[in-house]
Design a protein around this ligand. Structure first.
Ligand SMILES: NC(=O)C1=CN([C@@H]2O[C@H](COP(=O)(O)OP(=O)(O)OC[C@H]3O[C@@H](n4cnc5c(N)ncnc54)[C@H](O)[C@@H]3O)[C@@H](O)[C@H]2O)C=CC1
Ligand SMILES: O=C(O)C(=O)COP(=O)(O)O
Length: 527
């Protein structure tokens, strides 16, 4: 039995490792304890890798992992994964988005309480210094304080709910949610970022990206109350780290609770030298409960993706298959086949691919376009093309991808057409689906036909003169090629024949057909 190699690059719960170990068709490699340079060697044969935030899936990593099909980020944030690099290489990246939510929520509350009651100072004074001085540690209560929650997703909204149970006055800023997601829970919603800056405590729960990096810097801190408390259990850099250090030193920020740093491990970070910071070493997801859930989900998803069965929580698929209605699927297949057929008929350099549609199917033009691109490019690039990287590769080759809806109705309930322009000319094939899954090509370059897009086919354009069918028949008979079906279409510019055959046709036979006096063009394709 051939086995799928799955490499585990970071520490995950043993329940996940057991699943991998006990799966017959998996060759599992545990590489969490090795040096990251050595890891590059180990991932050479990996089909799937499981990572956490300690492994950067960057250019070097991807270049080393030549056989990689999928990456499972066993957690939420994927800012350490080069998603575009994955897409270009046809690698599907997935995360495990909700399994550690509660762990991160509870760590946020812990940091908040720790800052309010000055836990680190009080703890150290008694435990390390053996001093009992209760008068030194007057903290503050969460009760009645204003809490600003930036980012109201899985973690942010749960932090807000817990804060409400402490009878805090909670407000959120998240421009990407409907306001009712917050207001229905009794939480104020604002689209004015400055409203959040007016809070007693601010906690951030957004992803890290171009938009959110340095979201809070000197300018925003200057607008905050003196003695504000800032919590970050999301990602290092969402609060500008220099601004954080400066304002903690000056006392503008009274306390900060920090779990994450721009550069981790952060053992020499200036924040660690400040007394008014409570820190944890990126422990947001580190509860046994969360890690058990994440590891089992990550292992199961790794196995499914290695087998090519499913890609749960994929981050870079242009198409979410689960959202595509069943009637669209045969059209997707048909579109890919039509593009594949055209690209076999004309192997010259592709300049543009246009997909047009009419009927309800036109709502799915973007998905159809992606599959047409896969079909067209796979003639030249074979297995290297899949629907994750097709659009990237087309872009790199300078191929223009367009879609359009037919302006006039042809009478078909749904119809799709693929038009490919090459350095040699333009070819168009149209198709439809009958009775839910019977795929048919109905037009090739303006010649009406009715052909199943399947098998070995010779496509011949010829002058509409007597005797052509007989001549084609005798050439194929001489070559021992059996004709399974012969479809002929006549138009004002001659005729087009699609000849379905049982045996593979070699270039020599194609040349003999091309030599017929009536022949205009002949090509051979297999679907
Ligand atoms: N410290 C740790 O160990 C952990 C950290 N995290 C991090 O916590 C963060 C939040 O995670 P989840 O809540 O699970 O993610 P999520 O995707 O459920 O929520 C993120 C929210 O941020 C909002 N958002 C995006 N851009 C925004 C912007 N510019 N301004 C305001 N809101 C914006 C989104 O609309 C979304 O509602 C992520 O950065 C994640 O990586 C998650 C788990 C553990
Ligand atoms: O899930 C996340 O975003 C986290 O930050 C947790 O990261 P980790 O898996 O603990 O390295």
């Amino acid at each position: 039995m051939s086995k799928h190699t799955i490499v585990v690059c970071d520490h995950i719960h043993e329940d996940g490792l057991d699943i991998l170990q006990n799966t017959d068709d998996v060759n599992y490699v545990y590489a969490a304890d090795i040096d990251k340079t050595e890891l590059l060697n180990v991932i050479k044969d990996a089909e799937v890798v499981i990572t956490r935030s300690s492994t950067d899936v960057d250019e070097k990593f991807l270049d080393a992992a030549q056989n990689l099909k999928a990456i499972i980020r066993a957690g939420v944030g994927y800012d350490n994964v080069d998603i575009e690099g994955c897409s270009k290489r046809g690698i599907i990246a997935m995360n495990v988005p909700t399994a550690n939510t509660i762990a991160a929520v509870e760590l946020t509350m812990a940091h908040m309480l720790s800052c309010m009651r000055k836990f680190p100072y009080a703890h150290n004074q008694l435990k390390q210094d053996r001093i009992w001085k209760r008068e030194d540690w007057y903290g503050n209560e969460l009760y009645g304080k204003k809490l600003g929650v930036i980012g109201f997703g899985n973690i942010g909204h749960r932090v807000a709910l817990r804060a409400k149970s402490f009878e805090m006055d909670v407000k959120t800023y998240d421009p990407y949610i409907p306001s009712t997601k917050a207001t229905d829970l009794g939480i104020s919603y604002t689209t004015n970022f400055d409203d959040i800056l007016d809070c007693d405590i601010i906690t951030i729960h957004t992803p890290k990206n171009q938009e959110t990096l340095d979201m809070i810097g000197e300018e925003q801190i200057a607008k905050m109350k003196d003695g504000v408390i800032l919590i970050n259990c999301a990602r290092g850099g969402l609060y500008n780290e220099d601004a954080l250090v400066n304002n903690l030193k000056s006392g503008k920020i009274a306390m900060a609770g920090i779990d994450v740093f721009i550069k981790e491990p952060a053992i020499d970070h200036p924040l660690l030298d400040l007394p008014n910071v409570t820190v944890t070493a990126h422990l947001g997801a580190n509860t046994k409960e969360s890690q058990k859930k994440i590891a089992t989900q990550a292992a199961e998803n790794a196995i499914e993706s290695a087998r090519g069965i499913a890609y749960p929580n994929a981050l870079n698929l242009p198409i979410d298959e689960s959202k595509i209605p069943s009637f669209v699927k045969p059209y997707i297949e048909l579109t890919q086949k039509m593009a594949f057929l055209i690209a076999q008929n004309d192997k010259s350099e592709i300049r543009s691919i246009n997909v047009s549609a009419e009927g309800e199917i036109s709502e799915y033009l973007d998905s159809l376009q992606t599959f047409a691109t896969v079909g067209a490019l796979s003639v030249a690039s074979g297995d290297e093309i899949n629907y994750v990287n097709a659009n990237f590769i087309a872009e790199e080759k300078g191929i223009e991808l367009t879609t359009s809806e037919f302006s006039a109705h042809s009478g078909y309930q749904n119809k799709v057409s693929v038009k490919i322009t090459t350095s040699n000319g333009v070819q168009t094939i149209c198709g439809t689906v009958f009775n839910e899954d019977v795929q048919r090509i109905i037009d090739i370059n303006n010649f009406s036909l009715d052909i199943e897009p399947k098998g070995k086919m010779i496509i011949m354009r010829n002058n509409d003169v007597p005797g052509v069918i007989g001549q084609v028949g005798s050439i194929l008979a001489q070559e021992n090629i059996n004709i399974a079906d012969f479809r002929l279409s006549r138009g004002k510019d001659g005729a087009l024949a699609v000849i379905l055959v049982d045996e593979k046709v070699c270039m020599n036979t194609v040349s003999k057909l091309e030599e017929l006096e009536a022949a205009i063009s002949v090509s051979y394709a297999e679907i």
